[in-house]
Design a protein around this ligand. Structure first.
Ligand code: SAJ
Length: 459
C-alpha cells in the first residue's frame, strides 16, 4: 500500500490506515477528562490493548490516578483493580498537560456538561475548554470524539467550529470528528461499556465509520452509525423519555393518594396490559443524568417550538421530595407533633437504591424542606460516606422515620426494635420499602407515597 499523504485525509487510505490501526490496537488514544465516564473508558480501552494517555487537569485527581488509585467510590466493580493493572502495565499514563494529546491518533473528550440549577441552561465551559485544548495540539489526520452528553446542535455550533478555527484544519479534509454519548451508570460503569449499544455520530461518514471501529472494540452490543445531530438527540431523548415516564408514575401516585387507592396495585395491573410499562413512583429523581439531560434536549430548540411536557415532567419529579415532606407534616400533625418540634430520621441519602452516589439526591431536597420548617433532621445511609452511623443512633428519639431510598438494607429493618427507640412511631415510605402490615404490627402510623390510606396504629 502506498504510504498515505499525512498532509490530508485524501491521502491514499489514510482513513483506512487509521481504521486499521484502531482495529489492530496500534493506535494511540487520549481521553480528556477522567471523571466517571473518562476514567472508565480510558481503563477499558487500555484493557483492550490500546496505549491510552489520560488527561486530567485537576492536580490531585491526576496525581491519584497516575499512581493507580481510583478516585471513584469502591462500589464500581473491578474499576480500581483495572486502573491499577493498566497503570502498572504502562498501557495507561496520566498527565495534566493537554499538549500530550498531540501524540494521539484518537482523542475522546469526556467532560461534564451540567445545567444551571436556576435557569436549567447548559453550562458548556468545561467542554469549550477541553475542545480548545485539543484543537491546539491535535494532529492532522486524527479522530476526535465527544463522549459528553451535549445539547443537540453542539457539535455543529460549538465543537466543530472551535476545532477548525483553533487548529486551522478542516473537519472534512484534515481530521475526523464525531460524538458518541456515554451510556454508563454508576455501579455498572465497566459493565455498561461492555453491554450497552452505542450510537456513533460522525461529522462526516468517514468519521462515523472510523469511530464505529473504535466502539466495536469496546462493546459486545450493536454500534449504530448516524450523523452528529441524531446522536446528540438520541442520548438526550432517551433520558428525557425516562424522566417523563417517571413523572407519569409520580402523577398517578398523587391521583391514587387522592382517590384513597394504592398506586402499586394499579401499576402492577396496568403493566399486565400489552405495551404498558409504567415506571415506579418515588420520592424524587436524582443522579447525574436524568435531572439534567431533559434540559439539554430542549436547550437549543427555537422559541417557536412549544416545549411543555418535558419541563412539566421535570417539575413533577422535582416536587416529589416536598410531597414526602408534606406527608410527614400531615402524619405528625395527626399525632400532635408540629413539624417545628419534631425529630425526623431520614433513611437513604443516595440518589439510587444500593448506590453510594448522592449526586442530586432527592433526600437533600427533603432535608432542606423539613429544616426550613423547623424540624430537626438526622440522616442515615449505609453506603454514603458521612451518613453511615448506626441506624439506632439516627432513629433514637425520632418522631418520624422517612424511607427515601430502597436500599436492600432497609428491606430487613427490625421495625419493632426501631419503634421502641422512637418518641413517636410514624413512618413515611417514599419507595414502598417496608411491608405495610409489618409497619402496623409494629405499632407505626404508616403512610406510603402513592397509597391513600393513613393507617392508625392497631389497638
Ligand atoms: N427513578 C424513579 N422511578 C423509576 C426509575 C428511576 O423514581 O421508575 C428514580 C431513581 O430513584 C433515581 C432516578 O430516578 O433517583 C434515576 O434513576 P435511573 O434508574 O434512571 O438511574 P440513572 O440516573 O443512573 O440513569 C442511568 C441512565 N443511563 C445513562 O444515562 C447512560 C439511564 O439512561 C438509564 O435508563 C438508567 O441508568 C438505568 O437504570 O439503566
Amino acid at each position: 500500500m502506498v504510504a498515505p499523504d499525512p498532509a490530508t485525509l485524501e491521502g491514499p487510505g489514510l482513513i483506512d490506515v487509521l481504521a486499521e490501526r484502531i482495529q489492530r490496537r496500534t493506535a494511540t488514544l487520549s481521553v480528556v477528562g477522567l471523571g466517571y465516564v473518562g476514567l472508565t473508558v480510558a481503563c477499558a480501552l487500555a484493557e483492550r490493548g490500546f496505549d491510552v494517555i489520560g488527561i486530567e487537569t485537576d492536580p490531585a485527581r491526576s496525581l491519584q490516578i497516575a499512581r493507580g488509585t481510583c478516585p471513584l467510590p469502591e462500589s464500581e466493580p473491578r474499576l480500581a483493580e483495572l486502573l491499577a493493572e493498566q497503570i502498572q502495565a504502562g498501557r495507561l499514563t496520566v498527565t495534566r498537560d493537554p499538549a500530550s494529546c498531540a501524540a494521539a491518533d484518537v482523542i475522546l473528550v469526556a467532560v461534564q456538561t451540567p445545567v444551571a440549577d436556576d435557569t436549567h441552561l447548559p453550562a458548556l465551559g468545561a467542554l469549550r475548554t477541553a475542545v480548545f485544548s485539543v484543537a491546539r495540539h491535535m494532529r492532522r489526520g486524527s479522530l476526535i470524539i465527544v463522549e459528553s452528553t451535549i445539547p443537540p446542535g453542539t457539535m455543529r455550533d460549538l465543537v466543530v467550529p472551535l476545532l477548525e478555527e483553533t487548529s486551522g484544519l478542516s473537519a472534512t479534509t484534515d481530521f475526523l470528528v464525531g460524538c458518541c454519548p456515554e451510556r454508563v451508570m454508576p455501579g455498572r460503569l465497566l459493565a455498561n461499556l461492555r453491554t450497552c449499544s452505542r450510537v456513533v455520530g460522525g461529522w462526516t461518514p468517514d468519521a462515523a465509520r472510523v469511530g464505529a471501529v473504535l466502539y466495536r472494540a469496546l462493546t459486545a452490543s450493536s454500534v449504530d452509525v448516524v450523523d452528529c445531530l441524531t446522536a446528540e438527540l438520541v442520548k438526550t431523548t432517551e433520558n428525557a423519555y425516562r424522566d417523563v415516564q417517571i413523572a407519569f408514575a409520580n402523577e398517578v401516585a398523587l391521583l391514587c393518594e387522592s382517590y384513597r387507592a394504592d398506586v402499586y396495585a394499579v401499576r402492577e395491573l396496568v403493566n399486565k396490559s400489552p405495551g404498558r410499562s409504567m415506571h415506579l413512583p418515588g420520592a424524587g429523581v436524582g443522579g447525574h443524568c436524568i435531572p439534567k439531560d431533559p434540559w439539554l434536549l430542549v436547550a437549543n430548540v427555537d422559541e417557536t417550538t412549544p416545549v411543555r411536557l418535558i419541563p412539566t415532567a421535570r417539575a413533577v419529579n422535582d416536587s416529589m421530595p416536598r410531597h414526602v415532606g408534606e406527608i410527614v407534616a400531615e402524619l405528625l400533625s395527626a399525632h400532635g407533633r408540629p413539624l417545628a418540634e419534631s425529630w425526623i430520621a431520614v433513611l437513604g441519602y443516595a440518589y439510587l437504591e444500593d448506590s453510594d452516589d448522592s449526586r442530586n439526591s432527592p433526600s437533600a431536597e427533603l432535608v432542606r424542606w423539613l429544616e426550613q420548617r423547623g424540624a430537626h433532621v438526622s440522616i442515615h445511609d449505609p453506603l454514603v460516606t458521612g451518613c453511615e452511623r448506626k441506624v439506632e443512633r439516627v432513629v433514637v428519639g425520632a418522631d418520624c422515620l422517612v424511607l427515601m431510598v430502597a436500599h436492600s438494607a432497609y428491606r430487613s429493618l427490625d421495625l419493632e426494635w426501631i419503634g421502641s427507640l422512637m418518641r413517636t412511631r410514624t413512618l413515611v415510605d417514599g419507595r414502598r420499602v417496608v411491608d405495610p402490615a409489618q409497619a402496623e404490627t409494629s405499632q407505626f402510623a404508616y403512610r406510603c407515597l402513592g397509597v391513600g390510606r393513613t393507617r392508625a396504629p392497631l389497638g
